[in-house]
Every structure is written in structure tokens, then in C-alpha cells.
Ligand binder design. Structure first.
Ligand code: GAL
Length: 722
């Protein structure tokens, strides 16, 4: 890849050898380890860090990790200063990337200091694997105990199975075994659960299995594995089944990136983002193209979102296998994961005999580590070769033309759309403007290799053998500003923008993926420059028919054809555009777009009025400009300034504009087509956070300042090193 192409992929971030000052970062953290910890094992664990980490403790080199996504862990006991200060120094180097999208730079996930007994459970070895039989489930339990002490230990592992309320609903004990010094041993047992509450997106019922290793009757280490009971089945003719019921995968691919914060998402944002996708009717996500952060998986488990979990490196080399093993061991208990992905679009390798050997090796190892899940990969080429035949579940990326033929030739292979759509649109824009790098938000634009929302879903929905698919992408992300280059810095592929503000296609998906009645009318009705000109008026709806009115005058009624939008051409006149949607002969929903007046006020709307005073939780505020009637002005584009006071701080701002060059961290953001977002984070003192918004240097009328208060409540704080 040329430097320019790489820069474009990464959203023109100053990363690479030419920018050492922003590509290389040193982190230094001081912490105390009390004298009483002498004799315990101390380790430092990174959930993932971008990338090429060099880790030092107290001046001693500890180790390195090149991958930017897989967690890694170092036992630092020998280098620890017990009873005094410790200095952890980490050098991160993001000069080289792993992918062709903006991936962040530095430590963007949590880092943990873990202290254990010398006799302890080994990292990521504990599993709880349910098999449903009739009204009960047998839970196969397993873990590995490691003895880093100096004498052999006779021990056993006891498991307690708990339901979501913490009630113990099952127990199991392993046999007793002796574990030699510097040795380890595997312990297993089986527990039974009667009438388990099954996990599904609608009812994300969870259980936990707490494994405790005991020696001489005393607990020495314990770990909680959260799991769910559900039955997965992939069928070549009928698609995907969850708990015996066919479920269409209504998925989106997503990168780890959000407005204002980039790759370093506070945990709460995972929930925020999933809520947006669920509201759209989505039931699945694909972690393209790398191991997800643990909190994303946890949010999927708890909120009920299925996941296709993907490793970064499709390779059977030691690094590729290590990444794959870590991913599977780390996440195999998570009920949200329905499919492992061995990687994405390795089109040079796939047609070669090497590709077949590599994928065979990866799949065999995945099955050993997790016999309950099938493996797939995202295939965009080499359909006629042996590579896709090796997959348990074929993953189609785009290429609608080959699907039917491939299925006919491989009638025993289940299939899913691992990547589809790549529809491009800019939120709130209704005509493509190549000078401004805008793409119209009508469902009209896609790349040479991809499809419109309506095209791909119309293709997938009626084909029962296709299990559904994952649209590229749920959220916009930094990098890959296709179809433009600088000054575009983020993608236009998202169904929602980088803040999570819906583009109009959101309502196409909501109509045909969701279960609620939907009526969405667009565009906005502020077209002063186009008086008398015909405007394309679209409606996304799942009702029976829709009648559109302009200033009370009918513009005609149209019958809804399933999976298809409705369209009118209406000469512009300011006023009120209204859609009335009918179901079974009755008007059940109406929606209006009104020509708005001059800006009169600013509105700030936090997603929650109270958050945790834990130094981590965030409130996400929507910023709008209103006219004097209190209507949102959909074309407002002027800068709004913010002042945050009290028990919290600003951590990012955004507006979903793919071309915006404003700082993500300064207390100012221009509205983009009427919207901006502010993210504030609580500190650890309960109280209130006040967010004020005001205009400055804006030609009259200046808008009166406004403010909202977010309460922060006292909660247990996660332990952290001091
Ligand atoms: C795919 C690729 C994605 C993204 C997308 C854009 O081929 O897997 O990562 O680049 O194209 O359309």
C-alpha cells in the first residue's frame, strides 16, 4: 500500500514512521504492592493495546506483544517490589497498523493487576459448556490449576452454578488430584440444571459458574465464568436456529470507534451503541476484523445481541494460532457468540493450497477448544476453490451474483452473509455533492462491490437457506472515507453516524428487521432555495399504505410493497409535510416534517439523568438548535460551545460529519445537520455534573445559553492500584 492509501485508510491520522511523536507513546504508572503480598503471584494483564507493546517493571524488561487486539498477560512476581513503590512503564508503537481502518494508538483497553495464591486457576482456562437435554441442561465444567509453589498440592475444584439473582442452582466437585510444583492439571466436573432459562436476544438469561480451587479444604483461588444456556444450529436449507426456532441474522459489522473517544470506548458506550442497533431491530454484530474488547462481548451477553467473533490474523503461524486460541478461550463462555470467524477477505491466500491448509488447521484447533460452535470466515473471492468448502458455515462477503450457484454446488453447507451492503450516505444530506464530500442519504449509493440496503436485504430475506447477514457497517468509523479522500476522515458506510445518530436507512432496517410499526418520512422540509422544485419524498414503513399531505393537501396514497420504500415527487412549498400510515384500514402512525424558523434556543438532552460516580461512567448528550416553536432545525450547522462543571469532565465531542476537522476533545462542536454529541465522564465524588451550552462569535441572533444537570450516584468503586 502506498503511504497515501494507508493514510486514507486510517482517516489521515498522523500515524506511521513519519510521525513518531504521535505514533509512539510511553506510559508510566506507579503503584504500591504491600509487604503482605510477598509470596503471592502478581501479574499484569492488558485487554488489548495498540500495538507493539514493550513492558518494563521497575526497570526490568518484562516482555513484548505486537498484536493490537488480543489480550496478553505477564507474570511479574520476580520483578515486583513488595512493600514499596513499583514503576510500570509501557512503550506503545502504532507506527505500523494491523488493518485498513483507523485502529487507535496506545493503551485503549483496560489493564489489570492480578494477585493470586501460588496455587491458582490458569488464565482463560475456565469453561462452562451447557448441553440441553429435554428440560434440563448438563453443564460440562473444566479448568486448569497451576501450582507455582514449591511443594506438591493436593486439591480439587468446586463449582457453584448461580442464576442471575445469585441464587445457587447447582454444584459440582471435581476429583482430587495432586499438582506438582511448577506443574498444572486439568480439573473437570458436570453439573445439572433443571428447567434452565434459555438465552436469546429477547431474553438474555445468564448463569454463572464460580470455580474455586481448594487445597486442604481451604479456598485458594476462584473465578466466575458467565454463561448462558441456548441451542445453536446451522442448517444448509433453513439457515440459523436458536433454541429450535429459525432466526434470521439481522446483523451489522462494526469497528471499535466512536465519536469523541476513538478506539478507547468507556465501557458504558458499548451499551449505548448496542441500544442503538437493537432499536433498529438488529440482533447481531460482527467484530470486524479483530478480537473485540471484553466489555463489548459482555454487553452483548447481557443485552441480548448475537455475535460473530472474528480473529485478526487468518494464519496457522504461531502468532495467528495464539491469537485464535486466546480469542476462543477468552470468550467461549459467552452465549452471545454464535459463530467464530477465522478472518476476513484473505483473497491472495484463499485460492492457494496454503489457504486450505491454514483454514483447516485453524478450524480443527477451534473445534478442539470449543466443540459447541461452528467456524466461518468472510469470503469475497475464490468462491470456486476449495477454501470455502472447508468452512463449517460459508461466509459471503458481497458478490450476490455467486450465492445461488455456490449454494447449488454445495448443498450441504450452511451460509451466512458475513458482510453485505457497504451502502454510503451522509446523515441529513439529500443530494450528493462531490465538492463537499457528501453522499445523499436516500438509499441510492453504494460502492462498485456492494449494494443498497434495500437490494441486499431483498436478496437475503426470501432465501431461507441464507441465515441472514451483517451489513457493513452499523456505525460510521474513522478511516476508509470511501468514496472520497481528504478532508473526509471517517467512513460513510454506517447506518448510523459516528455518534449513533440514525441516517434514514436506519428506518429501512427498523421497518423490516424490527417488530414495531415504523413510519419514517424524509427529507426535512427546509428547502428555501428550491421553491417550486420537485423534491423526492421517501417513506420507510412496514405499514399497509401511506398518504402524504403538503399543507393539508393530499399528494397521493401509496400501497407498501414489502421490503421496499415509498417515493413521491412533491414541488416544494414551505409548510408542513405529513405522512399518514395505515394498517388494516386505520391510520396508526403519522409523521410530520415542518419548515422551521430562525434559531431561538439550544437543547441539551442527556441519555440518562443519573450516572455512577465511579470515575468511568459516561452520559451522552444530544445537542440541537430549536426554533421559537421548539422544533429541531435539521439544517443547523453553527458552533456550540460547552462548559462542564461539577463532578465530571468532558471526554469527547462529535457531530457525525465525515469531513469535520474540529477537535474531538475541545469544548466546542459545530452542529452538523442539526445535531452534535457531547460525552461527559463522572469522577468518583457523588454529586452533579452541569453541562452548559452556548454560542460565541456567531452572527446574531446569539442563542441564550442553556444547561442541564446530570446527577452522579454513589456506587462501589472498582478496585484500582494506588
Ligand atoms: C470490505 C472489507 C471491509 C471494508 C469494506 C468497505 O471488503 O471487508 O473491511 O473495507 O470492504 O466496503
Amino acid at each position: 500500500m502506498s503511504a497515501t492509501r494507508t493514510q486514507q485508510s486510517h482517516g489521515y491520522k498522523p500515524l506511521g514512521r513519519r510521525y513518531p511523536e504521535t505514533s509512539i507513546g510511553w506510559y508510566r504508572r506507579t503503584f504500591n504492592v504491600p509487604k503482605e503480598d510477598a509470596g503471592r503471584r502478581i501479574s499484569v494483564e492488558f485487554d488489548g493495546a495498540f500495538r507493539s507493546a514493550l513492558v518494563f517493571l521497575n526497570g526490568y524488561f518484562i516482555g513484548r506483544n505486537d498484536n493490537g487486539y488480543a489480550p496478553f498477560c505477564f507474570d511479574v512476581t520476580d520483578f515486583t517490589n513488595f512493600g514499596g513503590k513499583n514503576f510500570l512503564v509501557v512503550r506503545m508503537d502504532a507506527s505500523f497498523g494491523d488493518g485498513w481502518f483507523y485502529e487507535g494508538a496506545g493503551i485503549y483497553r483496560h489493564v489489570w493487576l492480578t494477585k493470586t495464591d501460588p496455587l491458582h486457576l490458569e488464565r482463560w482456562e475456565t469453561y462452562a459448556r451447557p448441553t440441553v437435554k429435554g428440560n434440563s441442561a448438563a453443564i460440562a465444567l473444566g479448568t486448569v490449576v497451576q501450582n507455582q509453589g514449591t511443594t506438591a498440592e493436593s486439591c480439587r475444584v468446586r463449582w457453584q452454578i448461580m442464576d442471575h439473582s445469585g441464587k445457587v442452582v447447582g454444584t459440582a466437585d471435581s476429583d482430587t488430584q495432586s499438582v506438582s510444583p511448577d506443574g498444572s492439571a486439568t480439573f473437570t466436573a458436570t453439573a445439572n440444571l433443571n428447567n434452565p432459562a434459555l438465552w436469546s436476544p429477547e431474553s438474555p438469561n445468564l448463569y454463572s459458574a464460580v470455580a474455586t480451587v481448594e487445597a486442604a479444604g481451604k479456598p485458594r483461588d476462584a473465578e466466575r465464568a458467565t454463561f448462558g444456556v441456548r441451542i445453536l444450529a446451522w442448517d444448509p436449507d433453513k439457515g440459523f436456529f436458536l433454541n429450535g426456532k429459525r432466526v434470521a441474522v439481522k446483523g451489522t459489522c462494526n469497528h471499535q470507534d466512536h465519536a469523541g473517544v476513538g478506539a478507547a470506548l468507556p465501557d458504558r458506550l458499548q451499551w449505548y451503541r448496542l441500544a442503538v442497533l437493537k432499536d433498529m431491530g438488529g440482533n447481531a454484530v460482527r467484530t470486524s476484523h479483530n478480537m473485540p474488547t471484553p466489555e463489548w462481548v459482555e454487553a452483548c451477553d447481557r443485552m441480548g445481541m448475537m455475535m460473530m467473533c472474528e480473529t485478526r490474523q487468518m494464519s496457522s503461524n504461531p502468532e495467528g494460532m495464539a491469537q485464535l486460541e486466546t480469542m476462543i478461550k477468552r470468550y467461549r463462555n459467552s452465549p452471545s457468540i454464535i459463530l467464530w470467524s477465522m478472518g476476513n477477505e484473505e483473497w491472495t491466500m484463499m485460492p492457494q493450497p496454503q489457504g486450505v491448509r491454514v483454514i483447516d488447521e485453524m478450524i480443527a484447533r477451534s473445534h478442539e477448544l470449543d466443540p459447541t460452535r461452528r467456524c466461518s470466515a468472510a469470503v469475497n473471492a475464490a468462491f470456486e476453490t476449495h477454501f470455502p468448502e472447508q468452512l463449517d458455515v460459508m461466509g459471503f462477503n458481497y458478490n450476490l451474483k455467486v450465492h445461488d450457484e455456490w449454494h447449488k454446488a454445495h448443498p450441504k453447507k450452511p451460509s451466512v452473509g458475513s458482510e453485505t451492503a457497504s451502502t454510503v450516505s451522509t446523515r441529513g444530506i439529500y443530494s450528493t455533492d462531490k465538492l463537499r464530500n457528501w453522499v445523499s442519504a436516500y438509499d441510492l449509493n453504494h460502492t462498485a462491490w456492494s449494494q443498497l440496503a434495500e437490494e441486499w436485504w431483498k436478496f437475503y430475506a426470501p432465501r431461507e437457506w441464507l441465515a441472514g447477514g451483517f451489513a457493513w457497517t452499523g456505525f460510521d468509523y474513522r478511516g476508509e472515507p470511501t468514496p472520497y479522500g481528504w478532508p473526509s476522515v471517517s467512513s460513510q458506510f454506517g447506518i448510523v453516524d459516528t455518534c449513533g445518530f440514525p441516517k434514514d436507512n436506519f428506518y429501512y432496517y427498523k421497518s423490516w428487521w424490527g417488530s414495531e410499526p415504523v413510519l419514517h418520512l424524509f427529507p426535512h422540509w427546509n428547502w428555501d432555495q428550491r421553491n417550486g422544485e420537485p423534491i423526492s419524498v421517501w417513506v420507510h414503513t412496514n405499514l399497509d399504505s401511506v398518504e402524504v399531505f403538503l399543507n393539508g393537501k393530499s399528494q397521493g396514497s401509496k400501497k407498501v410493497e414489502p421490503l421496499t420504500h415509498l417515493e413521491w415527487k412533491i414541488p416544494y412549498k414551505p409548510g408542513v409535510l405529513e405522512a399518514r400510515g395505515t394498517k388494516d384500514g386505520k391510520v396508526v402512525l403519522t409523521e410530520k416534517r415542518e419548515t422551521t424558523g430562525e434559531p431561538a434556543s439550544i437543547r441539551l438532552t442527556p441519555d440518562r439523568s443519573e450516572i455512577n460516580a465511579d470515575g468511568e461512567d459516561v452520559a451522552v448528550l444530544t445537542v440541537e438548535a430549536l426554533d421559537k416553536e421548539g422544533r429541531t432545525i435539521p439544517t443547523a450547522d453553527y458552533p456550540i460551545h460547552f462548559k462542564i462543571s461539577g463532578e465530571g469532565a468532558l471526554i469527547g465531542v462529535g457531530n457525525g460529519d465525515p469531513n469535520c476537522q474540529e477537535s474531538d476533545k475541545e469544548p466546542m462542536r459545530s452542529l452538523f445537520n442539526g445535531l452534535a454529541q457531547v460525552i461527559v465522564q463522572a469522577n468518583r465524588t457523588p454529586g452533579k455534573i452541569t453541562v452548559e451550552a452556548f454560542t460565541k462569535d456567531y452572527p446574531p441572533p446569539n442563542l441564550p445559553p442553556t444547561q442541564v444537570t446530570i446527577m452522579t450516584r454513589k456506587v462501589d468503586i472498582r478496585p484500582a492500584v494506588e
